[in-house]
Design a protein around this ligand. Structure first.
Ligand SMILES: *[C@@H]1O[C@H](CO)[C@@H](O)[C@H](O)[C@H]1NC(C)=O
Ligand SMILES: *[C@@H]1O[C@H](CO)[C@@H](O)[C@H](O)[C@H]1NC(C)=O
Ligand SMILES: *[C@@H]1O[C@H](CO)[C@@H](O)[C@H](O)[C@H]1NC(C)=O
Ligand SMILES: *[C@@H]1O[C@H](CO)[C@@H](O)[C@H](O)[C@H]1NC(C)=O
Length: 557
């Protein structure tokens, strides 16, 4: 039996209605003083002296669209769905100046030069200006961990077949700095430690941040998309989570010295480093003489391995019980990605997997406790990372995949509570059948084989509903989906929105043409979702934007 969305909706909205509080701010944002900017109080965001939570989306490509009208329409379409926060790339590095499309900076031979012309930062200015008009917030990210490979083997074909700026990893970023300042033999993490690179990046940061110090449309700053020790360039053996934490501290202090108005965040994927030494240890909480009656016990320690294993057990129990209450029958087996995934690994291990052991070079809790970091970030991409505690669950098991997402969201919400700062998912997504032809892992190294099968669009939506529900009930401050899909955009050769001759290349190898024309559509690296237009394709169930629209109206964002 297939679990349908309609079964989950009462679960979701029942929970939402039950938890609706009276202190929710008005849906209409007013930009009046005294609170022109987003602030925090404990684990909560405030705007206009009101606590708020939000739904959002990712559109890294907004500044590279070919007309102002396209940007305005996209923001307006998002706003119509209740979206308040849009995550955007505020970097776009090239080796040499180009007339084809937008770029913000050239980096070559150890020299970086800003392009503030009409095909440069003026495009970012326009996005910020139009977001202000639309009463929306932009979350600008200042660089990227990921970079395309030059490799054109079939499994990595997409990186070289797509126009520049089509893929999220094709906007320059850390490896572009390393290649230009150190050379192709450089290690990825020299981005964090090489003094010349650091100065160059701080300079870029100064140029960007100082443009928008007074803009109410900037939600806050994000230092980097998904910072890690490695990318297309490998890591050096000396890179540890503390390397990246230290870099965060330096850059966050720098931004705060230029812009006291906006909050600063990391952009890391929320990986934990259980039982790891911290550069920014938690101070012991003040002694409590008598806790308020009924007060929830607060976790006052960073995540440890023993707590992690205990919580996984409890989370699984809770989910089983919730499903039982909702009358949901466990499917015997689901065909995910061409593999039958009924048998979740039952083995247990005492070691933790990559999302928890610091092996990516990230300790999100140490970063969160840096004084200049205002809020925490996490992401959820089960197609690209392993979220099971011990790494033993099969990534092809749909149920395990959904459950691990739920647990991951709960752990992030607990982190917010422990550190007294808001945390939200800055990106989450699943690749479903209709997006399979477009899927390009950020890393560019995972093979995408044409025989691979993916979850259905409906399964994706069901997972999203459960994750939203968890985000809401566990107290996460926001849920930002990856990635927004926009149609009927202005086409221009040589840009990310290129004419059909180029976009035909995006068709999946060995198959006939895709079921829609991508030529006027926004870039898609496998998560494109415009819901409304796909509504009929997914058996009449709600598309993603409709789900968030419901959520947004219930929350009165
Ligand atoms: C959405 O965008 C389209 C253009 O693609 C525009 O015609 C339409 O008016 C927009 N809708 C809303 C509600 O803003
Ligand atoms: C900082 O960037 C500006 C604009 O590209 C450039 O003129 C200046 O030389 C840079 N300064 C340093 C120290 O790199
Ligand atoms: C990404 O690339 C690096 C090599 O630079 C590799 O070690 C890693 O396993 C790749 N895959 C993922 C999912 O990170
Ligand atoms: C977008 O273009 C399609 C044709 O490709 C058309 O059917 C549809 O009405 C257009 N939508 C808007 C909002 O303009």
């Amino acid at each position: 039996m297939r679990v349908t969305l309609s079964i989950f909706l009462p679960l979701l909205f029942g929970a939402l209605l039950a938890s609706a509080t009276s202190s929710i701010p008005s849906r209409t944002l007013k930009r009046a003083s005294p609170s022109k900017y987003v602030t925090t109080s404990g684990g909560t965001f405030n705007y206009n002296e009101q606590p708020f939570r939000f739904v959002g989306t990712n559109a890294y490509w907004l500044p590279v669209l070919n007309s102002d009208e396209d940007i305005a329409n996209t923001l307006s379409n998002m706003s119509a769905k209740g979206i308040k926060v849009v995550r955007v790339w505020a970097f776009n590095d090239v080796e040499a100046p180009t007339d084809e499309g937008v770029y913000f900076q050239t980096i070559s031979n150890g020299v970086a030069t800003i392009n503030d012309g009409p095909n440069g930062l003026q495009r970012l200015d326009k996005v910020i200006e139009l977001a202000e008009k639309a009463n929306m917030w932009i979350l600008p990210s200042l660089t990227n961990n990921w970079f395309p490979t030059a490799d054109d083997t079939p499994s990595r074909r997409w990186a070289t077949d797509t126009p520049r700026n089509y893929l999220s990893n094709d906007y320059g970023g850390m490896d572009a700095y390393v290649k230009a300042f150190v050379g192709t033999t450089g290690k990825h993490d020299e981005f964090y430690t090489n003094e010349k690179i650091l100065n160059s990046f701080l300079n870029y940061t100064t140029q960007i941040v100082s443009r928008y110090v007074e803009s109410p449309a900037v939600f806050g700053w994000e230092l980097a998309n998904d910072p890690r020790c490695y990318s297309t360039l490998a890591a050096s053996s000396s890179c540890t989570p503390q390397t990246i934490t230290q870099w965060h501290s330096t850059v966050a202090q720098h931004i705060k010295s230029i812009d006291p108005n906006h909050l600063v965040s990391s952009g890391n994927q929320g990986f934990f480093c259980v039982d790891c030494p911290k550069l920014f240890p938690l101070q012991a909480p003040p002694p409590q003489v008598s806790p308020a009656p009924g007060a929830q016990r607060r976790n006052v320690k960073p995540l440890s391995k023993s707590r992690l294993f205990l919580e996984r057990q409890e989370a699984r129990k809770r989910t089983r019980e919730a499903k039982k209450r909702a009358g949901i029958v466990e499917p015997a087996a689901l065909k995910i990605r061409g593999k039958w995934g009924a048998a979740a690994a039952k083995r247990q291990s005492s070691s933790t997997a990559t999302a928890f052991d610091g092996s990516q070079g990230v300790d999100s809790q140490d970063i969160l406790n840096i004084p200049e970091i205002g809020f925490g970030t996490a992401q959820l991409f089960p197609d690209q990372a392993q979220y099971s505690v011990d790494g033993l669950d099969s990534p092809y098991n749909y149920d395990a995949l959904v459950q691990e997402g739920i647990s991951w969201i709960q752990l992030q919400a607990q982190s917010a509570q422990t550190y007294g700062k808001p945390v939200f998912l800055t990106a989450f997504g699943l690749v479903s059948e209709s997006n399979a032809p477009f899927f390009v892992p950020f890393n560019n190294t995972l093979p995408v084989s044409s025989s691979q099968t993916f979850i259905t669009d409906q399964q994706r939506d069901e997972a999203y509903v459960q994750w939203l529900n968890t985000g809401y009930t566990s107290g996460l401050s926001g849920m930002v989906q990856y990635q927004w899909g926009q149609s009927n955009l202005t086409v221009k050769a040589g840009t990310a929105i290129a004419p059909p001759a180029t976009s035909a290349k995006f068709r999946r190898q060995g198959t006939s043409s895709p079921n829609y024309d991508s030529s006027t559509q926004s870039p898609n690296d496998g998560y494109f979702d415009q819901g409304a237009q796909w509504g009929s394709d997914i058996g009449g169930s709600m598309g993603w934007p409709d789900i968030i629209s419901e959520l947004a109206s219930l929350l009165h964002f």
